[in-house]
Write a protein that binds this ligand. Structure first.
Ligand SMILES: Nc1ncnc2c1ncn2[C@@H]1O[C@H](COP(=O)(O)OP(=O)(O)O)[C@@H](O)[C@H]1O
Ligand code: SF4
Ligand SMILES: [Mg+2]
Length: 380
């Protein structure tokens, strides 16, 4: 068996934009039925993903960020064809795989893998981890037993596990080591794309850095492409080439890393950024606190779905467009797009002005919750 993928694959920065992207999502939507009543009939639909257009170039990391419930995991599962799309298209390596199924899907399954937040949940507690890591090879009928063992040993070495670990059981490992096992399991089939779904969210900060560094060095060595999901802008800052910010099933902002961290254009992105701790000891940012949770996709707010929580809208005295017209992604700077009618005003506001406006909105949201007039603010 060969070593995984071509180690000479060029880094993202040198890849021409004209090359067929590895992944293209076009107008992707996913609705889940909501059952109710004694007969458990479908009474409504949750629009978890609502018209997402994204491209993932070969060898790059696309960070996908947003609060819990924004639809990030659903995008990842749709892309991996673990669930069926309700609308739109998924292109992988230029091929439309939206409706491919059964044996025709098998070759694509090998080429796309996932790393979960909690690898423990996907490991068989009674199987030594060497067996779990090699499971994909057995399922796909690849190699003889000695070849599989050798491949598993190579993967374990690659992720920093010791050979004797192969005979140990999942409960014998720490959180960070379990994530290394999860990574080895994903790598064993030599995939081109890995969906990393909050792979460090459950780990201590010191261990997070180790796992992120490992993922980065594996990417360079193996030419991997990542869709890296996180709820925190800080986690994806150093690993992403580009970042997509999601809000309530849609992309709110899409930008190269430089642009988005230097000058976030969407007020939601700016709020997420204000939560990243500053590297200088003692230095503090003014937090833009967002009140309440992401609204329920069952009953999304009108116009811009962020409007009931938006500090910029408050600063601008609630322009009608915010609640009346759905903003679409449009260019706001070089390689930067935002879905906000007033994106050019975001950077005009100082930290203090933004934080103060957010406090006013938070007070309104809390008052509305108390009186039961939620305007779609609170997830139900
Ligand atoms: N299988 C499902 N059935 C019904 N609703 C779902 C299902 N999976 C996800 N959802 C809903 O879709 C929305 C997006 O969920 P998810 O993609 O898990 O968000 P995230 O990963 O950003 O936290 C949430 O409102 C969630 O409750
Ligand atoms: S369109 Fe209005 S409500 Fe939406 S993000 Fe922009 S300013 Fe805020
Ligand atoms: Mg998720």
């Amino acid at each position: 068996m060969t070593t995984p993928v071509d180690a000479a694959t060029a880094p993202a920065a040198s890849i021409a934009d004209t090359e067929t992207p590895l992944v293209e999502l076009q107008g992707l939507t996913k609705s889940f039925p909501v059952k109710g009543g004694v007969l458990q009939r479908t009474v409504a639909e949750v629009r978890a993903v609502d018209g997402v257009d994204l491209v993932i170039r070969r060898g790059e990391t696309l960070g996908l960020v947003g609060e819990s419930g924004c639809g990030k995991t659903t995008v990842g599962r749709l892309l991996l064809r673990l669930i069926d799309a309700s609308g739109g298209r998924i292109l992988f390596d230029g091929q439309d795989i939206t409706h491919v199924s059964g044996t025709a899907l098998r070759p694509y399954r090998r080429r796309m893998q996932i790393i979960f937040q909690d690898p423990f949940a996907s490991l068989d507690p009674r199987a030594p981890i060497g067996d779990s890591i090699g499971e994909g090879l057995r399922i796909h009928g690849l190699g003889t037993p000695p070849e599989r063992r050798a491949k598993v040993a190579r993967m374990m070495d690659l992720v920093g596990l010791q050979p004797y670990h192969a005979r140990r059981y999942p409960h014998e490992f720490s959180g960070g080591q379990r994530q290394r096992i999860g990574i080895a399991r994903a790598l064993v089939l030599e995939p081109e794309l890995i969906v990393c779904d909050e792979p460090v969210s459950a780990l201590d900060v010191s261990i997070q850095a180790q796992v992120l560094n490992l993922l980065r060095s594996l990417q360079r060595e193996l030419g991997l492409t990542y869709l890296f999901i996180a709820h925190n802008m800080g986690v994806v800052e150093h690993i992403s080439d580009r970042v997509a910010v999601m809000y309530l099933g849609r992309v709110a902002e899409l930008s190269g890393r430089e642009g988005i961290y230097r000058a976030p254009a969407h007020p939601y992105t700016r709020a997420l950024m204000s939560a990243i701790p500053l590297p200088t000891p003692g230095a503090r940012r003014q937090r833009i606190i967002l009140a309440g949770d992401v609204p329920s996709p069952l009953d999304p707010p009108s116009g811009c779905s962020f409007h009931p929580r938006c500090w910029l809208r408050a600063r601008l005295d609630s322009p009608e467009a915010c609640s009346a017209e759905r903003p679409v992604l449009h260019p706001v700077a070089d390689a930067q797009e935002a879905a906000c009618h007033f994106a050019e005003r975001t950077s005009e506001m100082s930290e203090g002005q933004a934080a103060e406006a957010a406090e006013v909105v938070a007070a309104e949201v809390i008052a509305a919750e108390e009186t039961g007039v939620t305007e779609g603010v609170v997830g139900s």
